[in-house]
Design a protein around this ligand. Structure first.
Ligand code: PMP
Length: 397
């Protein structure tokens, strides 16, 4: 191994180990609804993004099995674009009330693709400080100037959008923030983008399927349309229960992405079976069954927040399925997560660099698949194990 590289890897490994930041994957050997078997023990999962329980929905699984092929055999533009992909793109556009959708292998790739295709040197990307890492990385890949405004501060975004008349400007925000669970002020951001002739791009990974009429997401919930937010990201790995993503928007922008976005062009298309499964999930989400699942999810969120308030647990201000409990120090978050695990509940600790320094937390997530009793059980375990944090020196702005 190259000597300098070996030294660097060892130094980083030691620093991680000293800071107790070595991360590891847990092997799930069985999944049944929200029950997971890990190391031979059954845990109730309170940290997945399967907000509606669709990853195991019978219609979704049936569609997976009925698909033409396990693999797509090539990229979309070569010979990998099958009827399942075309059908899913059409279904997504209809659901999202937008002219067109374009598939990507993941939300991460889609964010790289969008920002790399729209922006270049001399252009500006103005982003919320708590945006997902893939939006930050996409702006970096594009070579544009990246500016980050304090969380959810639309007026600060407006000030940062004062850019050169020759510069393209994109205002990018998560719709629902992945580690905080709160919702972006999309109506204000749309007005700011419009006033500064900037394009508003909304990453709705955690809003799609969950918020708004027919689960259309945070843009619809804010009363906005494709006129206000000409591009949005829908990911399939959260409420839709699968994997992959689509960017949805105007014909002009989607055609530009199809022709130029390298993270879309130079990669194998999603498996047709995944596209078929996601199409089935999109059907469920828009149906009366989808309404019932969302009603159950929102009832579960309300039950959890009500009881947590009675217990004096300082949940972050979120009405979505993401209900973080801020702990501050890494050690406090790890200790609480371990105590919950000992009681049979899986709520993993989220630590820097995923969240800002000093803001380690339990990212508790709720699903329509949780029962009232399971949520009560988690609350009992929290009541027994929670002790107020030793230090919180984080501020979200
Ligand atoms: N955006 C947000 C807000 C996310 O939370 C995630 C997933 N963690 C992504 C994008 C990336 O999506 P994917 O998992 O499909 O790559």
């Amino acid at each position: 191994m190259q000597r300098l590289l070996s030294q660097r890897i060892a130094a980083l490994r030691e620093a991680r180990s000293a800071a107790q930041r070595t991360r590891m994957c847990r092997v799930v050997t069985q999944r049944q609804g929200v029950q997971c078997v890990v190391n031979g023990r059954t845990l109730l999962n309170f940290c997945s993004n399967d907000y509606l329980g669709l990853s195991q929905h019978p219609q979704v699984i049936a569609a997976l099995h009925a698909a033409s092929s396990a693999g797509s055999t090539a990229s979309h533009l070569v010979c990998g674009h099958s009827a399942e992909h075309a059908g899913l793109e059409a279904a997504l556009a209809t659901w999202q009330q937008a002219p067109r959708a374009l598939l990507f292998g993941s939300g991460y790739l889609a964010n790289l693709a969008v920002l790399q295709a729209l922006l270049g040197k001399g252009d500006a990307c103005v982003q919320d400080k708590l945006n997902h890492a893939s939006l930050i990385d996409g702006a970096r890949l594009s070579g544009c100037t990246l500016k980050r405004y304090p969380h959810n501060d639309a007026q600060a975004a407006a000030r940062q959008l004062h850019v050169d008349a020759q510069a393209v400007a994109v205002l990018a925000t998560d719709g629902v923030f992945s580690m905080d669970g709160d919702v972006a002020p999309l109506a204000e951001l749309a007005a700011v983008a419009h006033a500064h002739d900037a394009l508003l791009y909304v990453d709705d990974a955690h809003g799609a399927g969950v918020l708004g009429a027919h689960g259309r997401g945070s843009i619809a919930a804010a009363g906005l349309t494709v006129e206000d937010a000409p591009l949005r990201l829908i990911t399939f790995g959260k409420a839709l229960g699968g994997v992959g993503a689509a960017v949805v928007g105007t014909d002009e922008l989607i055609e530009h992405l199809l022709q130029t976005a390298r993270p879309g062009i130079y990669t194998t298309a999603l498996p047709p079976m995944q596209a078929a499964a996601t199409r089935a999930a999109v059907q469920v989400v828009q149906s009366a069954q989808g309404d019932a699942l969302r009603a159950q999810l929102h009832a579960n969120i309300a039950q959890f927040r009500r009881a947590a308030a009675q217990l004096g647990l300082p949940l972050m201000a979120s009405d979505t399925a993401i209900q973080p409990l801020l702990m501050g120090a890494d050690a406090d978050a790890l200790t609480l997560s371990a105590a919950l695990e000992a009681a049979g509940y899986w709520a993993s600790a989220i630590r820097p660099p995923t969240v800002p320094e000093g803001s380690a937390r339990l990212r508790i997530t709720l699903s329509a698949a949780h029962t009232t009793q399971q949520i009560d059980g988690l609350l009992d375990a929290l009541a027994r194990s929670y002790t107020p944090p030793t230090q919180i020196y984080f501020s979200s702005v």
